[in-house]
Design a protein around this ligand. Sequence first.
Ligand SMILES: NC(=O)c1ccc[n+]([C@@H]2O[C@H](COP(=O)([O-])OP(=O)(O)OC[C@H]3O[C@@H](n4cnc5c(N)ncnc54)[C@H](OP(=O)(O)O)[C@@H]3O)[C@@H](O)[C@H]2O)c1
Length: 351
Amino acid sequence: MRAWPDDDERRGGAPDAPPDDATMLELRDRGIELDPSPPGHHRHGDEAHASDHAHPHVHSDPGEPPVVGIVGAGAVGTALGVALARAGWPVGAVASRDAARRERFRSLVPGARGFAEAAALLDEVELIILAVPDDVIPGLAGQLRMYSGQAMVHTSGALGAEALQPAMAAGTQVGAFHPLVAFADTELAVAALHGATIAIEGDDQLTDLLARMADALGAHAVRLAPGTKAAYHAAAVLAAGGFIALLDAIAELGRVAGLDEAGSLSIYGRLAEQTLENARALGIARALTGPMTRGDVGTLDRHLATLRTHAPTVLPLYVAAAEREIALAEARGALAPAAAAAMRTSLARPH
Ligand SMILES: NC(=O)c1ccc[n+]([C@@H]2O[C@H](COP(=O)([O-])OP(=O)(O)OC[C@H]3O[C@@H](n4cnc5c(N)ncnc54)[C@H](OP(=O)(O)O)[C@@H]3O)[C@@H](O)[C@H]2O)c1
């Protein structure tokens, strides 16, 4: 088990020999902000403190929320910091390489210390949230090494908790905390976290804590089993981006029929809402309607012909959906095998 570093170790030696100007410039060029502390002082992130006090690694009282540190003062990191602080969870520190973003975070989350480097934040907190781009997560985790008793989560929808393995040491835990929210504006995102779903991963002790954190934000936690994250995220992408692609195809066919986008959204949007209500009330299979449930090959052929002529780019989407509808109708017992076979033959004809 790794011992906690003492104060001197944390601040990189005694502070009584401030770096010269050339060193400071070089450090700044590298994005490292290191104001020399006056003799007898040391720094906690952006703050200078008199060196007459000890500050062992933070430990919250049993039953109290852990001290949270957020790496990345971007869209997600800032909104989570604000939401957690308002929910009464102590947000002890933020790490962002950008001084302006760091200061904005600190102005929104009073009491949070600011660090230019993620590694420096580790000494100040118990639960570390990596809110950095997906591609950065594994490499950044490789540069960090947690202390016993600490936990680290990332907020990515695409990666599993295992992406944080490199940061693990004895007695530490890793997990994921992925809010199904579109983080555009900080205040809108904070509001949207209320009632949102948050996918959590980790071992039992950590997921209990993450579920409490989701609860504090007014969100609903969904526990994901290891290895299922990509499927969960792909479903979310289909529900959001995939649905928009479907709406776009619907609008293209609407244009063939003389409808503008608003007209299509009004007419087919109502139908889509009704279908969603039916699926909620009856289940997905029983909510299926249309020619594919009736084995209406003539209608299917007319659709394929008009798509070929007027909207060829919509054709693959229509065919893929029809194949799935036929399988659903068959499984429901609504479609005779011969009718299903005839429809599949139509769909298989070269387009
Ligand atoms: N946006 C959404 O709607 C949304 C929703 C759910 C989950 N997520 C997930 O949340 C995570 C963060 O997304 P975001 O939208 O908040 O991204 P973002 O707004 O781009 O913020 C990313 C933050 O990470 C920091 N960062 C970037 N590269 C870094 C590096 N090499 N080392 C250290 N820090 C680095 C940034 O830089 P500075 O250090 O310069 O500040 C910034 O503060 C991603 O995993 C994303 O998939 C996003």
